[in-house]
Design a protein around this ligand. Structure first.
Ligand code: NAD
Length: 492
Protein backbone atom coordinates (compact mmCIF):
# COMPACT_ATOMS: atom_id res chain seq x y z
CA UNK A 1 0.00 0.00 0.00
CA UNK A 2 1.21 3.52 -0.86
CA UNK A 3 2.51 5.71 1.98
CA UNK A 4 1.70 9.40 1.71
CA UNK A 5 4.66 11.33 3.17
CA UNK A 6 4.86 14.76 4.72
CA UNK A 7 6.53 17.31 2.44
CA UNK A 8 9.16 19.33 4.25
CA UNK A 9 11.91 21.50 2.80
CA UNK A 10 11.23 20.32 -0.74
CA UNK A 11 11.38 16.58 0.03
CA UNK A 12 9.12 13.74 1.17
CA UNK A 13 9.55 12.96 4.88
CA UNK A 14 8.27 9.94 6.80
CA UNK A 15 8.02 11.47 10.33
CA UNK A 16 5.71 9.93 12.96
CA UNK A 17 5.17 6.31 13.94
CA UNK A 18 1.39 6.71 14.39
CA UNK A 19 -0.15 6.04 10.97
CA UNK A 20 -3.73 5.94 9.75
CA UNK A 21 -5.29 4.36 6.69
CA UNK A 22 -6.73 6.43 3.87
CA UNK A 23 -9.77 4.57 2.60
CA UNK A 24 -11.59 4.58 -0.72
CA UNK A 25 -15.13 5.57 0.34
CA UNK A 26 -16.69 3.64 -2.54
CA UNK A 27 -15.15 0.32 -1.47
CA UNK A 28 -14.24 0.69 2.22
CA UNK A 29 -10.78 -0.56 1.23
CA UNK A 30 -7.61 1.11 2.54
CA UNK A 31 -5.59 2.52 -0.35
CA UNK A 32 -2.76 4.33 1.44
CA UNK A 33 -1.34 5.02 4.85
CA UNK A 34 -0.44 8.43 6.16
CA UNK A 35 1.77 9.22 9.14
CA UNK A 36 0.48 11.57 11.81
CA UNK A 37 3.31 14.03 12.46
CA UNK A 38 5.13 13.73 15.76
CA UNK A 39 6.28 16.88 17.46
CA UNK A 40 9.77 16.75 15.89
CA UNK A 41 8.23 16.58 12.40
CA UNK A 42 5.99 19.60 13.03
CA UNK A 43 9.00 21.47 14.42
CA UNK A 44 11.03 20.55 11.32
CA UNK A 45 8.30 21.93 9.04
CA UNK A 46 8.17 25.19 11.00
CA UNK A 47 11.99 25.44 10.98
CA UNK A 48 11.97 24.93 7.20
CA UNK A 49 9.42 27.73 6.82
CA UNK A 50 11.48 30.04 9.05
CA UNK A 51 14.69 29.29 7.15
CA UNK A 52 13.08 29.89 3.76
CA UNK A 53 11.33 33.12 4.73
CA UNK A 54 14.16 35.64 4.23
CA UNK A 55 14.99 34.41 0.75
CA UNK A 56 11.38 34.11 -0.44
CA UNK A 57 10.18 37.40 1.04
CA UNK A 58 13.07 39.18 -0.67
CA UNK A 59 12.50 37.46 -3.99
CA UNK A 60 11.13 40.09 -6.37
CA UNK A 61 7.36 40.02 -6.75
CA UNK A 62 7.61 39.24 -10.46
CA UNK A 63 9.89 36.23 -9.80
CA UNK A 64 7.39 34.93 -7.23
CA UNK A 65 4.65 35.38 -9.80
CA UNK A 66 6.66 33.46 -12.41
CA UNK A 67 6.76 30.45 -10.09
CA UNK A 68 3.00 30.72 -9.67
CA UNK A 69 2.49 30.94 -13.44
CA UNK A 70 4.57 27.78 -13.96
CA UNK A 71 2.72 26.03 -11.14
CA UNK A 72 -0.65 26.99 -12.64
CA UNK A 73 0.36 25.35 -15.92
CA UNK A 74 1.53 22.20 -14.13
CA UNK A 75 -1.68 22.07 -12.12
CA UNK A 76 -3.79 22.10 -15.28
CA UNK A 77 -1.48 19.74 -17.21
CA UNK A 78 -1.85 17.24 -14.33
CA UNK A 79 -5.56 17.82 -13.84
CA UNK A 80 -6.65 14.32 -14.83
CA UNK A 81 -4.17 12.59 -12.50
CA UNK A 82 -4.91 14.98 -9.64
CA UNK A 83 -8.64 14.42 -10.12
CA UNK A 84 -8.11 10.65 -9.98
CA UNK A 85 -6.26 11.03 -6.67
CA UNK A 86 -9.10 13.12 -5.26
CA UNK A 87 -11.76 10.70 -6.43
CA UNK A 88 -9.98 7.68 -4.97
CA UNK A 89 -9.64 9.25 -1.52
CA UNK A 90 -12.71 11.50 -1.36
CA UNK A 91 -15.26 9.65 -3.49
CA UNK A 92 -16.56 12.55 -5.64
CA UNK A 93 -16.96 11.95 -9.38
CA UNK A 94 -13.97 12.42 -11.69
CA UNK A 95 -15.66 15.37 -13.41
CA UNK A 96 -16.35 17.04 -10.10
CA UNK A 97 -12.75 16.46 -8.99
CA UNK A 98 -11.43 17.93 -12.26
CA UNK A 99 -13.70 20.93 -11.66
CA UNK A 100 -12.11 21.33 -8.23
CA UNK A 101 -8.66 21.54 -9.86
CA UNK A 102 -9.94 24.24 -12.23
CA UNK A 103 -11.21 26.25 -9.26
CA UNK A 104 -7.84 25.76 -7.54
CA UNK A 105 -6.18 27.16 -10.69
CA UNK A 106 -8.50 30.18 -10.47
CA UNK A 107 -6.98 31.04 -7.07
CA UNK A 108 -3.46 30.63 -8.45
CA UNK A 109 -4.30 32.89 -11.42
CA UNK A 110 -5.42 35.56 -8.96
CA UNK A 111 -2.10 35.29 -7.12
CA UNK A 112 -0.15 35.56 -10.41
CA UNK A 113 -1.36 39.16 -10.28
CA UNK A 114 0.60 39.68 -7.04
CA UNK A 115 2.91 42.29 -8.59
CA UNK A 116 -0.12 44.52 -9.18
CA UNK A 117 -1.97 43.62 -6.00
CA UNK A 118 0.63 43.62 -3.20
CA UNK A 119 1.07 47.32 -2.78
CA UNK A 120 0.42 50.10 -0.33
CA UNK A 121 -0.20 53.76 -1.07
CA UNK A 122 1.43 57.17 -0.74
CA UNK A 123 0.11 60.64 0.03
CA UNK A 124 2.29 63.59 -0.85
CA UNK A 125 2.55 66.71 1.34
CA UNK A 126 0.64 65.39 4.34
CA UNK A 127 2.56 68.20 6.12
CA UNK A 128 5.19 70.70 4.99
CA UNK A 129 7.69 68.61 3.00
CA UNK A 130 6.14 65.53 4.59
CA UNK A 131 4.97 62.46 2.68
CA UNK A 132 3.15 59.50 4.20
CA UNK A 133 3.13 56.04 2.71
CA UNK A 134 1.97 52.57 3.64
CA UNK A 135 3.98 49.50 2.66
CA UNK A 136 2.95 45.85 2.97
CA UNK A 137 5.25 43.31 4.58
CA UNK A 138 4.75 39.55 4.52
CA UNK A 139 4.21 37.99 7.93
CA UNK A 140 6.52 34.97 8.06
CA UNK A 141 5.40 31.36 8.47
CA UNK A 142 1.65 31.01 7.91
CA UNK A 143 -0.46 27.93 8.64
CA UNK A 144 -3.43 26.55 6.70
CA UNK A 145 -5.72 23.78 8.01
CA UNK A 146 -8.14 22.41 5.44
CA UNK A 147 -11.21 20.12 5.35
CA UNK A 148 -11.74 16.86 3.49
CA UNK A 149 -14.39 18.09 1.07
CA UNK A 150 -12.18 20.18 -1.23
CA UNK A 151 -8.76 18.67 -0.56
CA UNK A 152 -7.03 20.71 -3.29
CA UNK A 153 -9.10 23.87 -3.71
CA UNK A 154 -9.34 25.13 -0.13
CA UNK A 155 -5.57 24.85 0.31
CA UNK A 156 -5.00 26.76 -2.93
CA UNK A 157 -7.32 29.55 -1.75
CA UNK A 158 -4.84 30.08 1.09
CA UNK A 159 -1.45 29.13 -0.34
CA UNK A 160 -1.88 31.28 -3.49
CA UNK A 161 -2.12 34.69 -1.82
CA UNK A 162 0.14 33.71 1.10
CA UNK A 163 3.03 32.82 -1.23
CA UNK A 164 2.48 35.71 -3.65
CA UNK A 165 2.70 38.06 -0.65
CA UNK A 166 6.10 36.61 0.31
CA UNK A 167 5.16 34.31 3.18
CA UNK A 168 6.16 30.72 3.73
CA UNK A 169 3.44 28.20 4.47
CA UNK A 170 2.62 25.01 6.34
CA UNK A 171 -0.42 23.17 5.04
CA UNK A 172 -2.14 20.69 7.36
CA UNK A 173 -4.65 18.94 5.08
CA UNK A 174 -7.45 16.66 6.19
CA UNK A 175 -6.08 13.29 7.21
CA UNK A 176 -8.93 11.68 5.27
CA UNK A 177 -7.76 12.60 1.75
CA UNK A 178 -4.22 14.02 1.96
CA UNK A 179 -2.71 12.47 -1.19
CA UNK A 180 -3.46 15.30 -3.61
CA UNK A 181 -1.96 17.90 -1.25
CA UNK A 182 1.46 16.25 -1.31
CA UNK A 183 1.30 15.90 -5.09
CA UNK A 184 0.52 19.62 -5.29
CA UNK A 185 3.54 20.42 -3.10
CA UNK A 186 5.70 18.31 -5.46
CA UNK A 187 4.37 20.27 -8.44
CA UNK A 188 5.25 23.53 -6.69
CA UNK A 189 8.83 22.29 -6.31
CA UNK A 190 8.82 21.33 -9.99
CA UNK A 191 7.62 24.85 -10.79
CA UNK A 192 10.71 26.29 -9.08
CA UNK A 193 9.39 27.13 -5.62
CA UNK A 194 12.42 27.19 -3.27
CA UNK A 195 12.61 24.44 -0.66
CA UNK A 196 10.87 25.19 2.62
CA UNK A 197 8.47 27.80 1.20
CA UNK A 198 5.55 25.34 1.13
CA UNK A 199 5.52 22.42 3.58
CA UNK A 200 2.80 19.83 4.15
CA UNK A 201 2.37 18.04 7.49
CA UNK A 202 -0.30 15.47 8.25
CA UNK A 203 -1.93 15.19 11.62
CA UNK A 204 -4.90 15.75 13.83
CA UNK A 205 -5.72 17.96 16.81
CA UNK A 206 -2.28 17.82 18.46
CA UNK A 207 -0.57 18.82 15.20
CA UNK A 208 -2.93 21.75 14.75
CA UNK A 209 -2.36 22.86 18.35
CA UNK A 210 1.41 22.71 17.88
CA UNK A 211 1.18 24.78 14.69
CA UNK A 212 -1.03 27.39 16.38
CA UNK A 213 0.99 27.66 19.59
CA UNK A 214 4.50 27.69 18.16
CA UNK A 215 6.15 31.08 18.58
CA UNK A 216 7.44 30.95 14.99
CA UNK A 217 4.06 30.80 13.25
CA UNK A 218 2.37 34.12 12.52
CA UNK A 219 -1.09 33.46 11.10
CA UNK A 220 -3.62 30.63 10.98
CA UNK A 221 -6.20 30.06 8.25
CA UNK A 222 -8.76 27.32 8.88
CA UNK A 223 -11.63 25.81 6.90
CA UNK A 224 -13.78 23.03 8.37
CA UNK A 225 -16.72 22.52 10.70
CA UNK A 226 -17.90 25.42 12.86
CA UNK A 227 -17.13 23.49 16.04
CA UNK A 228 -13.46 23.14 15.15
CA UNK A 229 -13.35 26.59 13.49
CA UNK A 230 -14.33 28.10 16.82
CA UNK A 231 -11.74 26.08 18.72
CA UNK A 232 -9.00 27.11 16.27
CA UNK A 233 -10.16 30.73 16.22
CA UNK A 234 -10.13 30.98 20.03
CA UNK A 235 -6.81 29.20 20.46
CA UNK A 236 -5.04 31.20 17.78
CA UNK A 237 -6.42 34.48 19.14
CA UNK A 238 -5.28 33.52 22.65
CA UNK A 239 -1.81 32.88 21.23
CA UNK A 240 -1.85 36.38 19.69
CA UNK A 241 -1.99 35.09 16.12
CA UNK A 242 -3.90 36.39 13.16
CA UNK A 243 -6.69 33.98 12.40
CA UNK A 244 -9.46 33.47 9.87
CA UNK A 245 -11.63 30.39 10.46
CA UNK A 246 -14.38 29.33 8.07
CA UNK A 247 -17.04 26.93 9.31
CA UNK A 248 -20.14 24.99 8.33
CA UNK A 249 -23.27 25.95 6.48
CA UNK A 250 -26.96 25.36 5.89
CA UNK A 251 -27.62 27.23 2.68
CA UNK A 252 -31.17 28.23 1.80
CA UNK A 253 -32.67 28.74 -1.64
CA UNK A 254 -35.81 30.88 -1.82
CA UNK A 255 -38.15 29.83 -4.62
CA UNK A 256 -40.51 32.68 -5.55
CA UNK A 257 -43.97 31.94 -7.03
CA UNK A 258 -42.84 33.21 -10.45
CA UNK A 259 -39.79 30.95 -10.68
CA UNK A 260 -39.57 28.36 -13.44
CA UNK A 261 -40.03 25.16 -11.45
CA UNK A 262 -38.23 22.95 -13.97
CA UNK A 263 -35.15 25.15 -13.77
CA UNK A 264 -35.42 25.22 -9.96
CA UNK A 265 -35.78 21.44 -9.71
CA UNK A 266 -32.74 20.92 -11.99
CA UNK A 267 -30.67 23.42 -10.02
CA UNK A 268 -31.67 21.97 -6.65
CA UNK A 269 -30.85 18.47 -7.82
CA UNK A 270 -27.27 19.37 -8.61
CA UNK A 271 -26.81 21.96 -5.83
CA UNK A 272 -28.06 19.66 -3.09
CA UNK A 273 -27.05 16.19 -4.22
CA UNK A 274 -23.82 16.94 -6.13
CA UNK A 275 -20.66 15.77 -4.33
CA UNK A 276 -23.10 13.87 -2.08
CA UNK A 277 -24.06 17.17 -0.45
CA UNK A 278 -20.55 17.61 0.90
CA UNK A 279 -20.03 21.16 -0.30
CA UNK A 280 -19.98 24.10 2.06
CA UNK A 281 -22.08 25.90 -0.55
CA UNK A 282 -24.52 23.03 -1.19
CA UNK A 283 -28.16 24.04 -0.98
CA UNK A 284 -29.69 21.99 1.82
CA UNK A 285 -32.92 23.97 2.38
CA UNK A 286 -35.40 25.03 -0.32
CA UNK A 287 -37.87 27.64 0.94
CA UNK A 288 -40.88 27.78 -1.36
CA UNK A 289 -42.96 30.96 -1.24
CA UNK A 290 -46.66 30.44 -1.90
CA UNK A 291 -48.37 27.53 -3.59
CA UNK A 292 -45.54 26.00 -5.64
CA UNK A 293 -44.31 23.61 -2.95
CA UNK A 294 -46.30 20.55 -4.03
CA UNK A 295 -45.63 20.91 -7.79
CA UNK A 296 -41.94 21.44 -7.01
CA UNK A 297 -41.88 18.36 -4.76
CA UNK A 298 -43.38 16.30 -7.60
CA UNK A 299 -40.56 17.41 -9.92
CA UNK A 300 -37.93 16.80 -7.23
CA UNK A 301 -39.35 13.34 -6.61
CA UNK A 302 -38.71 12.43 -10.23
CA UNK A 303 -35.25 13.96 -10.42
CA UNK A 304 -33.99 12.73 -7.02
CA UNK A 305 -35.24 9.29 -7.96
CA UNK A 306 -33.24 9.32 -11.20
CA UNK A 307 -29.87 10.54 -9.88
CA UNK A 308 -27.24 7.87 -10.55
CA UNK A 309 -25.56 6.87 -7.28
CA UNK A 310 -22.25 5.04 -7.66
CA UNK A 311 -18.48 5.00 -7.32
CA UNK A 312 -16.89 8.29 -8.33
CA UNK A 313 -14.65 6.48 -10.82
CA UNK A 314 -17.55 4.80 -12.63
CA UNK A 315 -18.85 6.18 -15.91
CA UNK A 316 -22.17 7.95 -15.55
CA UNK A 317 -22.07 8.35 -11.77
CA UNK A 318 -23.68 11.59 -10.64
CA UNK A 319 -23.42 11.17 -6.86
CA UNK A 320 -20.60 9.31 -5.14
CA UNK A 321 -20.30 8.08 -1.56
CA UNK A 322 -19.85 10.25 1.54
CA UNK A 323 -16.43 10.43 3.12
CA UNK A 324 -16.58 7.75 5.83
CA UNK A 325 -18.73 5.24 7.68
CA UNK A 326 -19.44 7.63 10.59
CA UNK A 327 -20.77 10.27 8.17
CA UNK A 328 -22.92 7.69 6.42
CA UNK A 329 -24.40 6.46 9.70
CA UNK A 330 -24.84 9.99 11.10
CA UNK A 331 -26.74 11.15 7.99
CA UNK A 332 -28.90 8.02 7.84
CA UNK A 333 -29.77 8.43 11.55
CA UNK A 334 -30.68 12.10 10.98
CA UNK A 335 -33.09 11.12 8.18
CA UNK A 336 -34.72 8.45 10.36
CA UNK A 337 -35.03 10.89 13.25
CA UNK A 338 -36.62 13.54 11.00
CA UNK A 339 -39.17 11.06 9.66
CA UNK A 340 -39.93 9.79 13.17
CA UNK A 341 -40.44 13.46 14.17
CA UNK A 342 -43.12 13.98 11.51
CA UNK A 343 -41.20 14.91 8.36
CA UNK A 344 -42.59 13.56 5.08
CA UNK A 345 -40.09 11.55 3.03
CA UNK A 346 -40.87 12.60 -0.53
CA UNK A 347 -37.89 10.54 -1.64
CA UNK A 348 -35.81 8.47 0.76
CA UNK A 349 -32.79 6.81 -0.83
CA UNK A 350 -30.65 7.33 2.27
CA UNK A 351 -30.10 3.62 2.87
CA UNK A 352 -29.66 2.63 -0.77
CA UNK A 353 -26.78 0.30 -1.57
CA UNK A 354 -24.86 0.33 -4.84
CA UNK A 355 -24.59 -3.08 -6.54
CA UNK A 356 -20.96 -4.22 -6.58
CA UNK A 357 -20.06 -1.60 -3.94
CA UNK A 358 -22.12 -2.90 -1.02
CA UNK A 359 -19.46 -1.85 1.52
CA UNK A 360 -19.23 1.72 0.22
CA UNK A 361 -20.37 4.68 2.28
CA UNK A 362 -23.35 5.55 0.09
CA UNK A 363 -26.26 7.77 1.00
CA UNK A 364 -28.74 8.35 -1.81
CA UNK A 365 -30.58 11.60 -2.57
CA UNK A 366 -33.37 12.24 -0.12
CA UNK A 367 -36.05 14.94 -0.04
CA UNK A 368 -37.87 15.78 3.19
CA UNK A 369 -40.96 18.00 3.43
CA UNK A 370 -43.03 19.21 6.41
CA UNK A 371 -39.90 19.62 8.50
CA UNK A 372 -40.22 21.58 11.76
CA UNK A 373 -38.03 24.66 12.13
CA UNK A 374 -36.90 23.41 15.54
CA UNK A 375 -35.89 19.98 14.23
CA UNK A 376 -32.28 18.86 13.88
CA UNK A 377 -32.87 18.17 10.17
CA UNK A 378 -33.44 21.90 9.65
CA UNK A 379 -31.07 23.35 12.25
CA UNK A 380 -27.98 21.19 11.74
CA UNK A 381 -25.56 20.85 8.87
CA UNK A 382 -26.09 17.24 7.72
CA UNK A 383 -23.37 17.42 5.03
CA UNK A 384 -25.07 14.78 2.94
CA UNK A 385 -27.46 14.66 -0.06
CA UNK A 386 -30.52 15.56 1.99
CA UNK A 387 -32.83 18.34 0.85
CA UNK A 388 -35.27 19.90 3.31
CA UNK A 389 -38.18 21.69 1.62
CA UNK A 390 -40.02 24.33 3.67
CA UNK A 391 -43.14 26.33 2.73
CA UNK A 392 -43.68 29.99 3.62
CA UNK A 393 -46.23 32.65 2.67
CA UNK A 394 -43.93 35.52 1.79
CA UNK A 395 -40.39 36.54 0.89
CA UNK A 396 -40.22 38.27 4.29
CA UNK A 397 -40.92 34.99 6.03
CA UNK A 398 -38.19 33.30 3.99
CA UNK A 399 -35.72 36.06 4.85
CA UNK A 400 -36.60 35.63 8.54
CA UNK A 401 -35.73 31.92 8.33
CA UNK A 402 -32.34 32.80 6.85
CA UNK A 403 -31.77 35.52 9.44
CA UNK A 404 -32.57 33.25 12.36
CA UNK A 405 -30.37 30.36 11.25
CA UNK A 406 -27.00 30.09 12.97
CA UNK A 407 -25.18 29.65 9.66
CA UNK A 408 -24.82 32.29 6.98
CA UNK A 409 -22.51 31.01 4.30
CA UNK A 410 -24.57 31.26 1.12
CA UNK A 411 -28.19 31.94 0.14
CA UNK A 412 -29.90 32.15 -3.22
CA UNK A 413 -33.20 33.16 -4.76
CA UNK A 414 -34.90 31.99 -7.95
CA UNK A 415 -37.30 34.54 -9.39
CA UNK A 416 -38.11 36.56 -12.53
CA UNK A 417 -38.88 39.64 -10.46
CA UNK A 418 -36.04 42.16 -10.21
CA UNK A 419 -37.53 43.91 -7.19
CA UNK A 420 -37.78 40.65 -5.24
CA UNK A 421 -34.21 39.80 -6.24
CA UNK A 422 -32.96 43.21 -5.08
CA UNK A 423 -34.80 42.94 -1.79
CA UNK A 424 -33.28 39.50 -1.24
CA UNK A 425 -29.80 40.66 -2.19
CA UNK A 426 -30.01 43.54 0.30
CA UNK A 427 -31.54 41.66 3.22
CA UNK A 428 -30.37 38.03 3.11
CA UNK A 429 -27.98 37.43 6.03
CA UNK A 430 -25.29 35.42 4.32
CA UNK A 431 -21.89 36.18 2.89
CA UNK A 432 -22.43 34.82 -0.64
CA UNK A 433 -25.67 35.55 -2.46
CA UNK A 434 -27.02 33.95 -5.62
CA UNK A 435 -29.70 35.42 -7.86
CA UNK A 436 -30.88 32.65 -10.18
CA UNK A 437 -27.55 30.97 -9.36
CA UNK A 438 -27.81 28.05 -6.94
CA UNK A 439 -24.18 27.82 -5.79
CA UNK A 440 -22.91 31.40 -5.81
CA UNK A 441 -19.23 30.84 -5.05
CA UNK A 442 -17.60 34.04 -6.30
CA UNK A 443 -14.63 33.86 -8.67
CA UNK A 444 -11.22 34.27 -7.01
CA UNK A 445 -11.09 37.96 -7.99
CA UNK A 446 -13.73 38.39 -5.27
CA UNK A 447 -13.78 36.35 -2.06
CA UNK A 448 -15.17 33.37 -0.23
CA UNK A 449 -16.72 34.73 2.95
CA UNK A 450 -19.45 33.53 5.30
CA UNK A 451 -21.44 35.31 7.99
CA UNK A 452 -22.43 34.27 11.51
CA UNK A 453 -21.21 30.81 12.56
CA UNK A 454 -20.00 30.12 9.02
CA UNK A 455 -16.89 32.26 9.52
CA UNK A 456 -14.96 33.67 12.44
CA UNK A 457 -12.67 36.58 11.67
CA UNK A 458 -13.17 39.40 9.23
CA UNK A 459 -11.16 38.62 6.11
CA UNK A 460 -12.35 36.36 3.31
CA UNK A 461 -10.39 33.89 1.21
CA UNK A 462 -8.88 34.65 -2.22
CA UNK A 463 -8.84 38.33 -3.19
CA UNK A 464 -9.98 39.43 0.27
CA UNK A 465 -6.95 37.87 1.95
CA UNK A 466 -4.10 40.18 0.85
CA UNK A 467 -4.50 42.14 4.07
CA UNK A 468 -4.58 38.89 6.07
CA UNK A 469 -1.23 37.78 4.66
CA UNK A 470 0.53 41.14 4.95
CA UNK A 471 1.11 43.64 7.72
CA UNK A 472 1.15 47.30 6.84
CA UNK A 473 3.85 49.70 7.90
CA UNK A 474 3.20 53.44 7.74
CA UNK A 475 6.15 55.64 6.93
CA UNK A 476 6.07 59.38 7.48
CA UNK A 477 9.10 61.14 6.00
CA UNK A 478 10.25 64.73 5.84
CA UNK A 479 13.03 66.05 3.69
CA UNK A 480 13.84 69.75 4.21
CA UNK A 481 16.53 71.38 2.13
CA UNK A 482 19.70 72.18 3.98
CA UNK A 483 21.41 75.47 3.08
CA UNK A 484 24.14 74.94 0.53
CA UNK A 485 23.19 71.34 -0.29
CA UNK A 486 20.21 71.79 -2.53
CA UNK A 487 22.27 71.55 -5.71
CA UNK A 488 20.21 74.35 -7.17
CA UNK A 489 17.05 72.35 -7.73
CA UNK A 490 14.83 74.41 -5.44
CA UNK A 491 12.94 77.27 -7.11
CA UNK A 492 13.98 79.92 -4.53
P1 NAD B 1 -13.42 19.23 10.39
O1 NAD B 1 -13.72 20.44 11.18
O2 NAD B 1 -13.71 17.91 10.98
O3 NAD B 1 -11.84 19.18 10.01
C1 NAD B 1 -11.22 20.26 9.37
C2 NAD B 1 -9.74 20.23 9.69
O4 NAD B 1 -9.54 20.39 11.10
C3 NAD B 1 -9.05 18.90 9.32
O5 NAD B 1 -7.77 19.20 8.78
C4 NAD B 1 -8.94 18.17 10.67
O6 NAD B 1 -7.83 17.32 10.74
C5 NAD B 1 -8.78 19.32 11.65
N1 NAD B 1 -9.34 19.04 12.98
C6 NAD B 1 -10.36 18.19 13.30
N2 NAD B 1 -10.63 18.25 14.63
C7 NAD B 1 -9.77 19.15 15.15
C8 NAD B 1 -9.58 19.67 16.47
N3 NAD B 1 -10.32 19.27 17.51
N4 NAD B 1 -8.63 20.61 16.65
C9 NAD B 1 -7.89 21.05 15.61
N5 NAD B 1 -8.02 20.59 14.34
C10 NAD B 1 -8.96 19.66 14.11
O7 NAD B 1 -14.15 19.42 8.97
P2 NAD B 1 -14.30 18.37 7.78
O8 NAD B 1 -15.27 17.32 8.18
O9 NAD B 1 -12.96 17.97 7.27
O10 NAD B 1 -14.93 19.31 6.64
C11 NAD B 1 -16.30 19.54 6.49
C12 NAD B 1 -16.70 20.87 7.09
O11 NAD B 1 -15.99 21.93 6.46
C13 NAD B 1 -18.18 21.19 6.87
O12 NAD B 1 -18.69 21.72 8.05
C14 NAD B 1 -18.15 22.23 5.76
O13 NAD B 1 -19.28 23.08 5.74
C15 NAD B 1 -16.91 22.97 6.11
N6 NAD B 1 -16.40 23.74 4.98
C16 NAD B 1 -16.56 25.09 5.01
C17 NAD B 1 -16.12 25.87 3.95
C18 NAD B 1 -16.31 27.36 3.96
O14 NAD B 1 -15.83 28.04 3.05
N7 NAD B 1 -16.97 27.92 4.95
C19 NAD B 1 -15.49 25.26 2.86
C20 NAD B 1 -15.34 23.87 2.86
C21 NAD B 1 -15.79 23.12 3.94
Amino acid sequence: MRTIPHWINGSPVAGGSDTIDVTNPATDQPIATVPMADSATVAAAIAAGVAAFDGWSQTPLSRRAQVLFRFRDLLLENRTDLAALITAEHGKTLDDAAGEISRAADSIELACGGPALVRGGTSLQTGPNIDTKSVLHPLGVCVGITPFNFPAMMGMMMVSVALASGNTFIWKPSEQDPGVCVRIAELFTEAGLPDGVLNVVHGRQDTVEHLIDDKDTEAVAFVGSSKVAHIVYSRAAAAGKRVQAFGGAKNHMIVMPDADLDVVADQLTSACFGAAGQRCMAISVAVVVGESAEPLLEKLQVRAGQVRLGAGEANGTEVGPVINRQSQERIQAAVKEAIAGGARAVVDRSAEAVPGFESGYFVGPTVLADVEVASAAYQEELFGPILVVMRVDSLNEGLELIKNHRYGNGASIFTRDGAAANEFERRASAGMIGVNVAIPVPVAAYAVQGWKDSAYGDTGLNNASWSFYTRPKYVTSRWDSVAGTDFGFRPN
